[in-house]
Design a protein around this ligand. Sequence first.
Ligand code: WQD
Length: 326
Amino acid sequence: MTWLITGGAGYIGSHVVREMAVREAVVVLDDLSTGRPERLPQDVPLVVGSVLDGELLDRVLAEHAVTGIVHLAGKKQVAESVERPLYYYRENVDGLRVLLEAAAAAGVRRFLFSSSASVYGMPDVDLVTEETPCRPLSPYGETKLAGEWMVAAAGKACGMATASLRYFNVAGAASEELGDDGVFNLVPMVFERLTGDEAPRVFGADYPTPDGTCIRDYIHVADVASAHVETARRLVQDPAARLVLNVGTGRGASVTEMIDVILEVTGRTGVAPVIEARRPGDPARVVASVDAIRRELDWSARHDVRAMAESAWAGWCLKHGQPVST
Ligand code: WQD
């Protein structure tokens, strides 16, 4: 097998590349809009370009004799998607359509799509299963749900084994140079406040949860990467696979619990977070049921929130040129 990994120079993509390249031939396509070539192992070829470029895709799939695709390229900021919905539809939906057309024309028979827990919107269940109704609250979530439909329909029509992996809240780094460059999620946002000598912010402490703050299922990016390896293996074994799976830990952590762990890891236990207003559109609780992925792939997450916070902090310190303090 030779796998094309789109978005392979990004935060999650580079972790997937690192894991998959251990056993398989891998080629990366990335437009480097947020990805960095230094994230890639030296022996992995990088093609710089967009999934919207059908001619480039035809060439890459033929030249590298690609037999499977892992598609992670895409835009992933919820707030930006509200401001620029058509940009998100172009990049995430049109981009996927062009890629699927090229894949079908080249006879690619395995396709793994990077989806998101944002397809669920505001679920009112303790554990979200893959059967929980999908009601995305943002254009970003809509593009992921439309993507899942397109992948399944094209797979069925073209005889392609397919999988959509719904990531929950991804954090951490497998090594410090692979840390998340973005400051759009809780963990890096808390680091940014702390390194600026400001108190971390809690967006709402009046939710119907035990400590009043929102609960999420935080998953280590190294676990997300290992889930891709297992899914890819399954797609090879089962040419008729049509998987849609949550990728989480099955355990929830509140914002307060996460901030406490981060304060410990960064050696700032005296700092008191400030409570601010709720952020519009935040569900009180989103935690994965992991029964399906355990059953289908015999996979489960290994890392806890402390490992996520520690590794994310090491990555943050490297990027910002400061020694790792604890
Ligand atoms: C987590 C919790 C915030 C910062 C989003 C997408 C989702 C997925 C991951 C890609 C919330 C609270 C945050 C801060 C806070 N992305 N918070 N203080 O919103 O659960 O999920 O990113 O696929 O699709 O929707 O993640 O990390 O932004 O927030 O209190 O300084 O932390 O309100 O409750 P979210 P997040």
